[in-house]
Ligand binder design. Structure first.
Ligand SMILES: Nc1ncnc2c1ncn2[C@@H]1O[C@H](COP(=O)(O)OP(=O)(O)OP(=O)(O)O)[C@@H](O)[C@H]1O
Length: 359
């Protein structure tokens, strides 16, 4: 296993990149600790696969370096990087049994038979395939085959890292939850450095200790699921993480007050007069129907079990609230109060700190 460092990495598929748009990856530097579980999260086309291919060695970055531990591997081919990969679709040998499939990477490394048997048993247990070990892969469901791929990815203990590229795409929705939980357990038990690419926030947030949120080739924020939720660094992160995402309202901020469509909202701390497009951001669970506050127009209520989502508008912008099911909602309410402690201030989409903290 290894610590992975991405040092001033950037990539363009064009031989002579001109503008920003020609860079599939804009300059980024990240360090991933040995044994950590990381997710690369972002919508289609944001550069996740490009980054994964640079780490695995399928692609040489236009700029920057990749280090495994202290070793510069930027020019090493995939085969010399000692990594395991699990792809979107199962890669299994149909004519082999499940046991033979799982044992394959270990046999290739010439491990003693007893060691292989013990390791295959441990992995089969973790992926819940002990009873099917002697069945041929042919004829198994896509779910089962992908479980074999996951198992194969994890069977070797000596890899520098395991890379997962949207590994649950073919998995039945019910089984997804089970496999996600298993992957987390596998990480805890085996302690590999794992990098998991997905566009699904639930997968990223449940799997990873740290999530790297990407948009348009840029890393917007890397942090724990909690920090992305509590203090998104960018409006995209606020909106992308959470369901529904963070509410964003255009505002003027003066000291410890935000003015939204003519209504003054108290903030928890003063801000130094920000310049640019100023927005306040607040999570749907930090706003409540109230007698005083911002004028709100309710459009519809969705009952989703243990809470309700009130969908509406403030000053023409969409605004959602999440209210626990046991909390009464006043009939005909038309105002919303915001928890000052949970309001973030964003300038040109980036979060800014209050003046006293920034000083
Ligand atoms: N071989 C290539 N040649 C030219 N452009 C490419 C190539 N591969 C990807 N791109 C471009 O690079 C950008 C990032 O693509 P990438 O596949 O890394 O994104 P992604 O986040 O993995 O998306 P998806 O989830 O759809 O795979 C996109 O604009 C894409 O069109």
């Amino acid at each position: 296993m290894a610590r992975i460092t991405l040092d001033s990495l950037a990539h363009s598929y064009s031989a002579a990149p001109k503008g920003d748009a020609d860079w599939a990856l804009k300059p980024m530097s990240l360090t991933w600790r040995d044994g950590g579980a990381y997710a690369l999260l972002g919508s289609s086309g944001c550069g996740k696969t490009t980054l994964l291919n640079i780490i695995s060695g399928l692609l040489r970055p236009s700029r920057g370096r990749v280090l495994f531990g202290d070793r510069d591997v930027t020019d090493l081919p995939t085969t010399d990087r000692n990594i395991a990969q699990v792809f979107q679709f199962p890669v299994v040998y149909d004519t082999m049994t499940v046991r033979q499939n799982l044992a394959f990477p270990l046999k290739n490394r010439g491990l003693p038979a007893a060691q292989i048997a013990a390791r295959v048993d441990a992995v089969a247990r973790m992926i819940g395939m002990v009873d099917t070990l002697d069945r041929r892969a042919r004829g198994l469901t896509a779910d089962a085959k992908q479980k074999i791929s996951l198992g194969r990815g994890m069977v070797r203990q000596d890899v520098n890292a395991i890379l997962f590229d949207e590994p649950l795409t073919v998995i039945d929705p019910q089984m997804k939850w089970e496999l996600r939980t298993q992957l987390k357990a596998l990480h805890r038990e085996f302690g590999h450095t794992m990098i998991y690419v997905t566009h699904d926030q639930t997968e990223a947030l449940t799997f990873a200790d740290e999530v790297v949120v990407m948009s348009e080739g840029r890393v917007l924020q890397a942090g724990t699921p909690q920090s992305l939720f509590d203090a998104p660094a960018h409006t995209f992160v606020g909106y992308f993480i959470g369901s529904p995402g963070m509410n964003l309202l255009d505002a003027q901020v003066q000291g410890a007050t935000a003015l939204v469509a003519g209504t003054a909202i108290p903030l928890a701390a003063p801000y130094a007069a920000p310049k640019g497009r100023v927005q306040i951001g607040i999570r749907p669970d930090a706003a409540r129907p109230a007698a005083e506050g911002l004028p709100f127009r309710l459009l519809r209520t969705e009952d989703v079990g243990h809470h309700r989502i009130l969908r509406g508008e403030i000053a023409g912008a969409p605004f959602n609230m999440v209210v626990p099911e046991d909390e009464p909602i006043p009939a005909g309410f038309d105002r919303v109060a915001l928890d000052p402690a949970r309001i973030g201030v964003f300038v040109d989409d980036w979060r800014i700190e209050p003046a006293e903290r920034a000083a």
